[in-house]
Design a protein around this ligand. Structure first.
Ligand code: SF4
Length: 292
């Protein structure tokens, strides 16, 4: 299937005259082709160059400022929480989860054969969902027993699995949360299999310990539509523990933007992956506040 023709046909059906296009980093190389194809049909467009990690981040403000009729969000399906993104502020959002095939060649087979557990629970990110049956067949040819579980997202609570191990098929970096079983990640870009180590869990508990000594907490709030969380309950919990609080809202939560703020530690109410970045002060996710 030619995805660009398919995308443009979907946009034409909406009768939109101006489109805001949002793509993940990995698809930026294709976006000019989409713009050119839309122009052939006299459809105007603007490309969003801000980083986009998921459908939790829909740029409705840009669409309104630019007078776009629709936002074309490529690379993910609709966010699992209701953020009103089907028709957000009267701007229609079209989701196009671009499918990416997975080449299970000799090297990929070698990597997958490193999984020694017998019964495997198989997950993938949205782009590779259509390939799970093929990957199941490949694993079964190596005498593994495979249950196809479907899509996984870094901010979903993980289900308990009965199998001996978990395999996640992903392109690029993936924020994997620990399961109750060993977790393997197969990266379809590098064609490498890595076993999830417990370093991020050790860092998590070290940060919780350090945060216990903090007096003033910065509560980080994201302005992204799907990551925004009202901070009031978190603030009350901290104040009940005798802590002082400062609420801070921003779009991209980074160390650079937090420099100069005189707080001892941060509570992240946005995407749980953020705490894996480098920060110069302890940072913990909101779900861990009760542990400090
Ligand atoms: S893991 Fe983070 S970036 Fe990805 S969809 Fe969830 S909140 Fe958004």
């Amino acid at each position: 299937m030619n995805y660009i023709e398919d995308i443009v046909a979907t946009v034409i059906e909406t009768t939109a005259r101006k489109v805001l296009i949002q793509v993940p980093e990995g698809l930026k190389t294709r976006v000019v082709d989409i713009v050119n194809e839309l122009q052939k049909h006299k459809i105007d467009s603007v490309v969003v160059a801000d980083p986009c990690y998921g459908s939790c981040d829909i740029p409705t403000e840009y669409a309104k400022k630019l007078g776009c009729d629709i936002i074309l969000h490529i690379g993910h399906n609709k966010f699992y929480k209701n953020i009103g993104s089907e028709n957000m502020d009267h701007v229609l959002v079209l989701y196009y989860p671009w499918k990416i095939n997975v080449d299970i060649d000799y090297n990929a087979m070698l990597e997958l054969s490193k999984i020694k557990e017998h019964r495997i629970a198989l997950f993938s990110v949205i782009q590779h969902l259509h390939e799970l049956d093929k990957i199941k067949d490949a694993l079964e040819s190596m005498v593994r027993e495979v249950s196809v579980k479907g899509q996984i997202l870094g901010c979903w609570p993980n289900p308990d699995v009965d199998e001996d191990a978990v395999l996640i098929i992903t392109s690029g970096q993936f924020h994997a949360r620990p399961f109750n079983k060993p977790v393997y990640i197969f990266n379809t870009e590098t064609k490498k299999l890595v076993k999830l180590d417990m370093r991020s869990e050790k860092k998590r508990f070290a940060n919780i310990e350090k945060a216990k000594d903090a007096t003033i907490f910065g509560i980080l709030i994201s302005s992204k539509s799907g990551q925004f969380q009202n901070p009031d309950d978190i603030e009350k919990m901290l104040q009940a523990k005798g802590k002082k609080t400062v609420k801070i809202i921003m779009n991209e939560i980074t160390q650079e933007r937090l420099e100069g703020l005189k707080v001892d530690a941060f509570i992240n109410t946005a995407c749980p992956r953020i705490v894996e970045d480098v920060f110069h002060r302890p940072i913990i996710n909101a779900e861990d506040v009760e542990k400090i």
